[in-house]
Design a protein around this ligand. Structure first.
Ligand SMILES: Nc1ncnc2c1ncn2[C@@H]1O[C@H](COP(=O)(O)OP(=O)(O)O)[C@@H](O)[C@H]1O
Ligand SMILES: O=C(O)[C@H](O)[C@@H](O)[C@H](O)[C@H](O)COP(=O)(O)O
Length: 234
């Protein structure tokens, strides 16, 4: 993982010859499997991984470890840092999918874990990383039932997030209304507002870690190939 000291700071201005990076945000409530999936994607394609949890200020971690949910204000600057660190960490994949052409293979990319629970948080990331001049941004939003998240969080050692936070994470989460990858069809009946077509939702309850990772890698492969990601229609 890149050192954050090297990559924090302003997002570089676009230049004519510069390929904007493709940023894949692995989103969803605590314990849905974001880090597990992001690691698999980073290893498979040889792209840098940014762990959003590592970018929280100490006060946020302390708050969550004492069982207090974060507020919008607590998350705002953190989300901006997630955006800039992701762009500044991006590098061309060392093991790109074979089907990519040479220009696609050299496009910098980065896989980032970041809860991005509410639509307005995803909108903030979109406005920090406007397409097409700053980045191509796509979200893979993982979700699972409360019972399953409680099971997973109990089975995870040495983590500041405990089971008393699962309820608030579920209540806060606004599962995006998204398109089914590759079909252009609406794939779920999540949020009642407009479709977030730069989001792919994966319900993970009945899928093993390996199955979720396979599905996520397939989506990333398709998005790298499509070059422009899924367009967000707002
Ligand atoms: N699909 C899955 N099925 C069962 N357990 C899973 C699955 N994905 C992740 N886990 C387990 O659940 C726990 C939380 O996963 P993690 O990747 O840390 O989630 P997050 O980064 O979203 O908090 C870990 O112990 C992980 O091994
Ligand atoms: O917005 C939030 O409330 C937090 O970002 C939260 O969703 C995040 O998940 C924690 O940082 C816990 O870390 P894990 O996701 O690794 O459990």
């Amino acid at each position: 993982m890149a050192s954050h000291d090297e990559v924090e700071g302003d997002i570089p201005p676009p230049t004519a010859s510069h390929q904007v990076p493709h940023i894949f945000i692995i989103a969803g409530p605590s314990a849905t499997g974001k880090s597990t999936v992001a690691r698999a994607i980073a290893e498979r394609f040889g792209v840098p991984m940014v762990e959003g949890d590592d970018l929280h200020p100490r006060e946020n971690i302390e708050k969550m470890s004492h069982g207090h949910p974060l507020t919008d204000d607590d998350r705002w600057d953190w989300l901006k840092t997630v955006a800039s660190v992701s762009v500044n960490s991006s590098k061309p994949p060392t093991s790109p999918p074979d089907e990519l052409d040479s220009e696609q293979q050299s496009r910098p990319a980065c896989v980032t874990t970041c809860s991005a629970l509410k639509r307005k948080y995803r909108d903030l990331l979109r406005s920090e990383l406007p397409e097409p001049e700053t980045a191509i941004l796509d979200f893979l939003f993982l979700t699972a039932s409360e019972e399953e998240l409680l099971r997973r969080i109990e089975g995870r050692d040495n983590h500041f997030m405990k089971k008393n936070m699962v309820r608030s994470q579920i209540i806060t989460a606004e599962v995006p209304r998204a398109l089914e990858p590759g079909t252009g069809e609406e794939g779920n009946d999540g949020d009642e507002r407009g479709i977030e077509s730069d989001c792919t939702v994966i319900w993970t309850d009945n899928l093993s870690q390996g199955e979720v990772a396979e599905r996520a890698m397939d989506v990333v492969r398709q998005l790298m190939l499509s070059d422009i990601g899924n367009e967000y229609k707002g």
